[in-house]
Ligand binder design. Sequence first.
Ligand code: SF4
Ligand code: MSK
Length: 628
Amino acid sequence: LMNPKVIKEKSNERTIDELAKVMLKHTMEEGIETVWDRFEMQQPQCRYCSDGVSCSRCAMGPCRIIPEHHRERGVCGADADLIVSRNLLDTLVTGAAAHSDHGRDIVETLYKTGTGEAQGYEITDVKKLEKIAAELGVETKGRKKEEIATDVGRQLLYEFGTFKNKVTFADRAPEQTKELWKAAGIVPRSVDREIVEAMHRVHMGVGANYANILLHGLRASLGDGWGGSMMGTEISDVLFGTPTINQSQVNLGVLKEDHVNISLHGHNPMLSEMIVRAADDPDMKDLAKKTGAKGINLVGLCCTGNELLMRKGVPMAGNHFNQELIIATGALEAMVIDYQCIFPSLPRTASCYHTKIISTSEKSKVVGSYYFDFHPENAYDTAKAIVKMAINNFPNRIPERVLIPGKPVDLMAGFSVEAIVEALGGTVKPLIDVIASGDVRGAVGIVGCNNPKVQHDYGHVTLAKELIKNDILCVETGCAAVACGKAGLLMPEAAFLAGPGLKGVCKKLGIPPVLHMGSCVDCSRILVLLAELAKALGVGIDQLPVAGAAPEWYSQKAVSIGSYFVASGVYTVLGVMPKIAGSDNVVKLLTSGLNGVVNASFAVEPDPVAAAELITKYIDGKRKALGI
Ligand code: SF4
Ligand code: MSK
């Protein structure tokens, strides 16, 4: 058993989220293992793997590059540059595949909604469907929305394959940006092709030129950002509604002691939107009352939570590192998971409480969870069965073990590009005007996850606070947005922390200095916003006074996001070093060489205060180049 002083120190060191601190203390006292404990147990982590110079790609290996012991090549002859670049491409396309497969699931749901095969889904945003139809050349005149949806779905599904040879949404980028892609040979041809080709290129004896491998990584990431992810975002909007500005609440305090609490965790709104509808079913509400609960309380986690928060204002329980802590409250009847960012050990955590972990994706079965075979065809019935299971678990709760650690914080969310443009009065011009006048110096997209290498939420919150102080508007997605929500930065009142120019703009528009733009796939919303701004100014994205940052990233998806930001012309600062330090050439290419290709590059800066300085300097340089 740990001594109380150590417990207190550790909870303070591990997170800045005040309610998470309470829960961390509780888990340590109760002997419940968390991500931070496992991270500690993994120390020291392998130096060769950390530097990216270990390879176990084929059966002649595993190999490691250890120059001081004259091990300069793997058995096949691959040197450090090749091993590092192949590993990085592998990581990147794992992320691109995750996003894009999510996008495909959504597009298939649209298609099946059109053909009448899907159960319970509707086409909610017809205007957006028609806009996308026009981009794809799908006829809309005199046709039913279901017919249009079927054709739009079919056209987008073609873009995963090789026949069409086009990712239509990439046409949304400004001409200057597309010219850079053409010159570099990185125009994405199809969503799946770039990913599969990457797996081909990393096979032993195929790609042997590190620069060529990394360039393909940029192309695959563009297929994700402007393809798979953008489809995920856009078609989710068509099915479930384009987000509008709303108010809700965030942190573990959103749990209700007298309600059946169900958390929705993962990424894809296909299932969680149905759970929202099922929980509203009068039969379910009655059943909840019969078990002695006052009602059903749905709360979000990670990006499924962000999807629901953006569109439905469903309260958000927390980000990536809150997923174990919410179980330890003893007040959670069920955690419903779809896929991505779900700790495989959750059923182990849940086994210490009455919580049921309910998995729903064939792709993401988890040992120890209850599995429901969820498909668009059985969506509503399955959602009801899941809600019923959660309700029936309410009597198993042990009231003496319940610890809801505090009160929730208010936040504002729903800043889709459409909502931002509406708040600006119908065009992006007012935003350009305040950037030109210097009231807003620029904008930064802060995205990504939590990582135990960084104090939980510290990177996100500190960077955002430093940037807004410098009159730089922040737009955020994923766990970064949730971190800032918990810290109170997603409310208009947070404008008092901003510099005078940004403060004035926020006050005038009634918006926060940090805007929540959605889930990880919604980083594509940031691309669309950048494209709109660049086109209005008649420049490429690389010329805008903007930057990207991922202060606490951990996932392969974040590597793809960072890469499509850079490939689109956005300088991007990472708070965690990728596994590339073993190759000076790869480091050089990514941190400076790409400037000669896409006019943007990566930087790594673990200290968020120093990262803010870097970014501010960069933005000032871009302003100067634009003559503003
Ligand atoms: Fe070793 Fe080359 Fe095989 Fe990698 S691909 S494990 S470096 S032999
Ligand atoms: S959930 S990818 S931890 S942002 Fe999208 Fe959060 Fe990162 Fe997952």
